[in-house]
Design a protein around this ligand. Sequence first.
Ligand code: HEM
Length: 452
Amino acid sequence: MPLDTEPLPPRATLAPGPMGVLATFAAARRNVLSMVPEASLHRPVVSGSFPRRWHMLTDPAALRRVLRERVEDYPKSVVTKLVLQPGVGNGLFVAEGADWLWQRRAAAPAFAARNIAALAPVMSAAAGRAADRIAAVAGRRAFDAFAEMVTATFEVIADVTVSGAGFDRDATHRAIERYIDEVARVSLLDILGFPPWVPRPERAFAARTVRAMKAGADAAIAARLAAGPRPVPDLLDLMAAARDPQTGRRMSPAELRDNILTFIVAGHETTALTLAWALWLLATHPDAQDRARAEVRAVAGDGPVGAERAAAMPFLRAVIDEALRLYPPAGFLARTARAADELAGARVLAGDTVMLPVYALHRHRRLWDAPDAFKPERFLGPPPDRFAYLPFGDGPRICIGAAFAVQEALIILATILQRVRLAAVPGRAPRPVMILTLRPEGGVWLTAEPAS
Ligand code: HEM
């Protein structure tokens, strides 16, 4: 059956037209994507002034200006900081200017290709355990692929950040989940510019969650540092040893903690989401699944998938790229303009919120052919316009963990495909819902059979 006649993968319902106060408020708490106007799929920019001046950009040239050419004028939005600072302080994701630059330089060696390749065994081991769990229910009952992938990616990030004993994985994991739920929902009030006197009852709970999360990380870090560096350095070792090449400065314990939490928060759910959506797409597109499995077998047989083999699977990579296009985990980025400017013909004033609705950009009618369809082949040809495809952002603030995430996703997907054949549970298609990340509401329910 040609792909174009297949049912399209689930998509979010965008806002048909301008929304009033209550509708905006309700939409923001339910699904950020339902605030994105349908017009963002057709036009280069959509602007509004409620409750404050804002612009939603889906024009590649304007996105290049914001993310690469005029970075200084478009710092991370006030809202991004409100959401993340309570949890990850002034770590790499949130810091600006010189404070950001030195942390980025300190972290960069840890994310160099050689170090990422060295982390492959940790990824392969977590992949093997995930495949075992799925194979154990094969032919017997459905499983939630999102939950499985969260477990696998958390095992990886916990191991590569603060390896060895001392990290209470479950407690940290639960705290982070609660943090994302509580803090992100609360701060949507801020995203919309609601005044501070509007009650935010969740904030008290969030403060408790944040304290628990930080205390857990502090204890794990202190225990690990006391034990001395690991034979194979983990991210904590690399960050603790890093010096600012210009000033010789090292990270304080609080900076180390904020960055370790940053890696954990930024790195595990996003990768789990990529994997869960990719598994859903493969389960609902058996031809693509067969092709991906054949590629994995040709490269790795039934043996372990390490860094080198993972890099030799272009079709599987295209499946991941296409999953990231249709369901970008960071589907909505934001900046606050520092100076007056013009973006895609819209007049921007200092203080305006500039939103980057990556979800809409990736389905823009003028930028993509069959934008709502799953067509991994599109990533096998010439690459799309650099600024039409931004799953990891771009410019100096581009995701530092992109290569890490892609390698991990390749290894986990390949290992699962070696072992099982996947199908979707009828009638349980996940709904894309964005709060802080683009999640599959209802879970990703699949069944597995042993792969022949
Ligand atoms: C598929 C998985 C991932 C996705 C989709 C993703 C997406 C992104 C995006 C879009 C940004 C830029 C945000 C902005 O410009 O406002 C970003 C930044 C960042 N990501 Fe990722 N990320 C992923 C995995 C990871 C991993 C595995 C790590 C770490 C282990 C990580 C750590 C970071 C950090 C520290 C930043 C801030 C970098 C800076 O500002 O210099 N991410 N990520």
